[in-house]
Design a protein around this ligand. Structure first.
Ligand SMILES: Cc1cc2nc3c(=O)[nH]c(=O)nc-3n(C[C@H](O)[C@H](O)[C@H](O)COP(=O)(O)O)c2cc1C
Length: 228
């Protein structure tokens, strides 16, 4: 049966019992989801339905958050003027980034496509409330940055959920947080986490665009595990 956006999102607060089995076929499929997720910078023009956008944000809320504070705030940007302000900020930041490289790296950087701001039908900015009442401060006393980590978890949840609908997400961070707060007219104390371009990808690949462009390669997994 086709999924109807929303059907999948009868919140599992009262889960059906017994708990679901995640079998080897599911694990294989899940691995494919991780492998094919991709950061997307080139989008087709087809719209993403409002219903699906709402469903993706609802699914993002299933992410873990410090003290169950749910500090994430998603801002959907429809205004052409606000989108233009974000784009202008990106162009300035990107020019600045380019100037920090020299020689072949600069040449290579200049050819990278690092945003899909012109073509993505949906723009979502993600902020955190740095000190929300929700959660009563649990887990944040010694590590206040955990609110930002929580938002990153929500973003990744949305990213994977989007991919299951063939929708792609591109994370843009080449921006100045204070200018984005101003351009989007959100509370000044909110911390900017990410600007997400969302839409149907114009191309698919199981490998990162940056590795295909020769900018960087994935490392061997062994290097990430340190035993003590
Ligand atoms: C915190 C964060 C910030 C990122 N910022 C940018 C960005 O500004 N522009 C861009 O093109 N990609 C950005 N990316 C995407 C990464 O370049 C991408 O995840 C990485 O190259 C691996 O590719 P993949 O996501 O397709 O596996 C960002 C990703 C993360 C997690």
């Amino acid at each position: 049966m086709a999924d109807k956006a929303g059907d999948l999102f009868r919140f599992p607060e009262a889960p059906s019992s017994p708990p679901p089995e995640f079998d080897s076929a599911f694990r294989r499929h899940f691995l494919e989801l991780l492998v094919w997720r991709r950061d997307v910078r080139r989008f087709r023009s087809d719209p993403v339905s409002d219903e699906l956008v709402r469903e993706l944000i609802s699914m993002a809320r299933l992410a873990p958050s410090v003290g169950l504070s749910e500090p994430w705030r998603f801002v959907r940007i429809g205004s052409p003027a606000r989108r233009a302000a974000v784009r202008e900020n990106f162009l300035a930041c990107n020019a600045d980034a380019l100037s920090s490289y020299s020689g072949d790296r600069a040449e290579q950087y200049a050819h990278l496509k690092l945003e899909g701001l012109d073509t993505a039908p949906v723009h979502l900015a993600v902020f955190v409330d740095p000190d929300p009442d929700q959660g009563h401060g649990l887990g944040r006393k010694t590590m206040p940055e955990t609110v930002a980590y929580s938002a990153a978890m929500a973003i990744y949840t949305l990213w994977l959920a989007a991919r299951t609908h063939r929708v792609g997400v591109g994370w843009v961070s080449i921006l100045t947080p204070k200018d984005i707060v101003r351009a989007l007219d959100v509370p000044e104390n909110w911390r900017f986490i990410a600007y997400l371009c969302v839409g149907y990808p114009a191309e698919e690949s199981p490998s990162p665009a940056l590795s295909r462009a020769g900018w960087e390669q994935r490392s061997e997994p062994a290097g990430f595990l340190i035993e003590r």
